[in-house]
Design a protein around this ligand. Structure first.
Ligand SMILES: [Zn+2]
Length: 173
């Protein structure tokens, strides 16, 4: 297992849809293990493969950040089965360090995908887990929380981020 480096806003891989996983082979298992380790090291509660520059539809989530192994979710080719309600909470992103925003998300989601054995898994998430699923599935669709803000907030934040990308300066003040 290895900790991979997390790419930042402005990297093309974060802004384009990722490809489905076709075969669950050794490299995919290794990718998922590295994603989990990278998420815990950050630390973060979720990570999507494009955040480590791999354009595949793979997400990992652990609201306990490794404290409770039962909470680790590893999902290949996740998709929504159902979404309901609305909630608005501040979100951050390991690929947009130092900034936050409050996109509108569903309060409850049902998500299905494949586990590492290729078996279908269905998860229900509400509140924070619903937001985490939405945030990570957005990543594999090439969207960041920034893209889901109101036009005014989005433009303001994008202007600030453009400067960060230009200066290649992601040190958090
Ligand atoms: Zn993110």
């Amino acid at each position: 297992m290895a900790i991979r480096s997390i790419v930042k806003y402005g990297e093309p891989v974060l802004h384009a849809p990722s490809e489905p996983v076709k075969n669950i082979d050794g490299p995919i298992v290794a990718l998922v293990n590295d994603m989990v380790e990278t998420m815990y090291a950050a630390p973060g509660i979720g990570l999507a493969a494009p955040q480590i520059a791999v354009p595949l539809r793979v997400i990992v989530i652990d609201l306990s950040v490794g404290e409770d192994k039962g909470q680790l979710i590893r999902l290949l080719n996740p998709e929504f089965v159902e979404k309901e309600g609305e909630q608005t909470h501040e979100e951050g992103c390991l690929s947009v360090p130092g900034y936050g925003g409050s996109p509108v998300r569903p309060t409850r989601v049902t998500v299905k995908g494949l586990d590492l054995e290729g078996k279908e898994r269905v998860y229900e998430g509400k509140d924070l887990l619903a937001r985490a699923f939405c945030h990570e599935i957005d990543h594999i669709d090439g969207l960041l929380f920034v893209d889901r803000l109101s036009p005014l907030k989005r433009d303001l934040l994008k202007r600030k981020l453009k400067k960060r990308v230009r200066d290649q300066d992601w040190e958090i003040e």
